[in-house]
Structures are given as structure tokens and as C-alpha cells.
Design a protein. Structure first.
Length: 339
């Protein structure tokens, strides 16, 4: 990519507005000093002494973080509980530049999705994560809350340059994405077919309206009914056929093999992963890819350009240890092969 083209695309990022619709989570990091060893008098078990606590937006908040790092304006559409974790999440989101919280709803009917991550911190070593402690919702999101979320998305549809859908939950309809939201997405897509809408779901994208899908290799092969031994060449052929069938672009992340993209006109491209430059932490790489794909496409990037930018962003993020990282244009630029 030429330097002038990179500068032109990333300059447009600052004028873009996005709705991020999905499950906003609180990532709470507990940094433990292993030298401060104690034993509980009550239980006789070892005590982990926490010397620092960090609270960061996770789930859909990770995509939001990356869009903010690119300079875009972001409207989160989701909910958090009327609890301490919700307060921390809202405060963390409010601290991000360009974030507007008008459509992030507080509700007493749900808990804030929270992922508590104890980290053993030792000098000269990457953080070592202990067993995670999760707080989730296990029942369906109330219909009234679903209606409010759908109304928020519909209102935003005429104000934004792109929409990101992210389903973090592993039990259907326990989070933000459900039939009501998907119906609204279908309406917006019909009304504004050129509006970039990128969807990513841990549950798989079967049943979603025909928008731009982003999946990992395993998710794509499962959706396509293909074996996990499917080769890269076969994946590219299947991706091209899938994109033609849906009439929408498709992106598939391939871990150490990079990522691929296909468009309905038959174009399919593979972008190799960049070389590893040190210890890795892959947490958040997929969300960085999503944010950069959406931002690039909304700015007018070609398929090949969007893939190149997303791969560079993923490379930046995986080299940030012990934190769900982001990638700024200034960090991405040195990794691109400028002409």
C-alpha cells in the first residue's frame, strides 16, 4: 500500500461514526505479586495478594476500543446491570475518546457480563493467567429490553457510517443479539444496502440476515458443512461461492495463516499473517481485525486494502501481552509494505 493511500484512508477514519451492537463486558484484571505469599488462617489455602486492579471494556467493548484507537466516533448499543461492575464498565467506556453512551442501557433485570482475570506478575516474564472467574446471564433477555435496544439501533441507522454486530454470549438470546435486533438489522440493510454491516458471533451466524460475515476458520467450515481438514485453497473457493450466494462480502480469519476475504463479484484474496516478532497473546486479535475491516470498508478501501490493514492491526495486538490491546494508525503504518 502506498503511503499516500494509507494516509488518505486513515484520515477519513476521524470523520466516521459507527454503532457497535452487542455484548459489552467488563474485563477485570487482578495483578498478583507472587512474592507476597500468605496462607489463609481460616482455610489453610494459599492467598493471592492483588497489588493492582485494572478494568477494561471487553466483548463488544474490545471492538469499540479498536475503533476509538483508529479515531472514529462510536455509539455502543447494549446493556449493563445496575451493579458495581456496570458502573466500572460505563466509566471505562466513557473514558474512551469519541464514545457516546446515549444508547448503552442500564437495567436491573440483567447482570453486567464480567470476566475476572487473575494474573501472576513476575519480573521479566509474560503475565500468567490463573482460572478466570465469569459472571454471566443465564436466562433470556426480557422482551421489553430487547425492544428498547432495537429502537436504539433503528434510530442510529440513519446517523452512522457502519454497524458492528458482536455476539459474545454462548447461550442464545441471553445477550443483546436476538430476533428483535436481527429484524431491525434486516430492515436497515434493506433501506440502506450500501451501509457496511459486519457481523461476528460465537454462536455462529446461521439465521442472521445477509450482511457481511466475519468468522474464524472453524466457524466458517462448520457453517459450510466442511471438514476441519479443508485446505486453504478449498476455503478460498468455498468463501467465494458463499459470498456470491449471499450477495455480501465475507471475511475468514485463519490464525497463523492470516485471513481471507471474498466479494460477490468473484474476487477472493488471501492475506498472510505478518512474521512473529516476540512473545504472543492472541486475545483480542479477532476484534482488532473486525474493527479495522469495518473502518477500512466504510472509508472506501478495496478488499485487498482492508485485508492488509486488518492483518497489520492483528500483528500489533498479538504482541501486547497481558492486556486486550488495540492498534492505532501510527502503530499499523510501520508494518505495511509502503510503495
Amino acid at each position: 500500500m502506498k503511503l499516500e493511500r494509507f494516509a488518505s484512508l486513515t484520515a477519513r477514519y476521524r470523520q466516521l461514526r459507527f454503532a457497535v451492537v452487542g455484548d459489552f463486558c467488563l474485563d477485570r484484571y487482578l495483578e498478583i505479586d507472587p512474592t507476597l505469599r500468605e496462607t489463609s488462617l481460616e482455610t489453610g489455602l494459599p492467598v493471592h495478594n492483588v497489588v493492582k486492579v485494572r478494568a477494561e471494556p471487553g466483548g463488544a467493548g474490545t471492538v469499540l476500543n479498536n475503533l476509538c484507537a483508529l479515531g472514529a466516533t462510536v455509539f455502543p448499543v447494549g446493556f449493563h446491570g445496575a451493579d458495581g461492575e456496570g458502573y466500572e464498565l460505563r466509566r471505562a467506556l466513557a473514558s474512551r475518546p469519541g464514545v457516546h453512551l446515549d444508547y448503552l442501557l442500564e437495567t436491573s433485570t440483567r447482570r453486567t457480563f464480567t470476566y475476572c482475570k487473575p494474573l501472576i506478575m513476575e519480573p521479566g516474564k509474560p503475565p500468567r493467567e490463573l482460572n478466570r472467574l465469569d459472571s454471566k446471564n443465564w436466562t433470556a433477555t426480557p422482551p421489553e429490553l430487547q425492544k428498547k435496544l432495537s429502537a436504539s439501533l433503528y434510530e442510529l441507522g440513519s446517523r452512522v457510517d457502519g454497524i458492528m454486530l458482536l455476539e459474545q454470549t454462548e447461550i442464545p438470546e441471553t445477550g443483546v443479539i436476538g430476533p428483535a435486533i436481527l429484524k431491525t438489522v434486516a430492515q436497515l440493510h434493506q433501506q440502506k444496502p450500501q451501509l457496511p454491516i459486519l457481523a461476528d458471533s460465537r454462536l455462529g451466524l446461521r439465521g442472521y440476515p445477509p450482511v457481511t460475515f466475519k468468522m474464524n476458520r472453524r466457524e466458517f467450515l462448520k457453517l459450510a458443512g466442511a471438514p476441519e481438514t479443508t485446505s486453504l485453497t478449498e476455503c478460498m473457493q468455498m468463501a467465494s461461492a458463499f459470498s456470491k450466494e449471499t450477495g455480501q462480502p465475507l471475511f475468514v480469519t485463519l490464525a497463523e495463516d492470516g485471513l481471507l476475504g471474498a466479494t460477490p463479484d468473484g474476487v477472493v484474496k488471501h492475506q498472510p499473517a505478518l512474521p512473529v516478532r516476540g512473545p504472543l497473546d492472541i486475545v483480542g486479535a479477532g476484534d482488532a481485525v473486525s474493527a479495522n475491516l469495518l473502518c477500512a470498508l466504510a472509508a472506501g478501501a478495496t478488499l485487498e486494502e482492508a485485508l492488509e490493514l486488518a492483518a497489520a492491526a492483528a500483528s500489533v495486538v498479538i504482541h501486547k501481552l497481558g492486556v486486550t490491546g488495540t492498534a492505532t494508525p501510527q502503530e499499523i503504518q510501520p508494518l505495511l509494505e509502503m510503495e
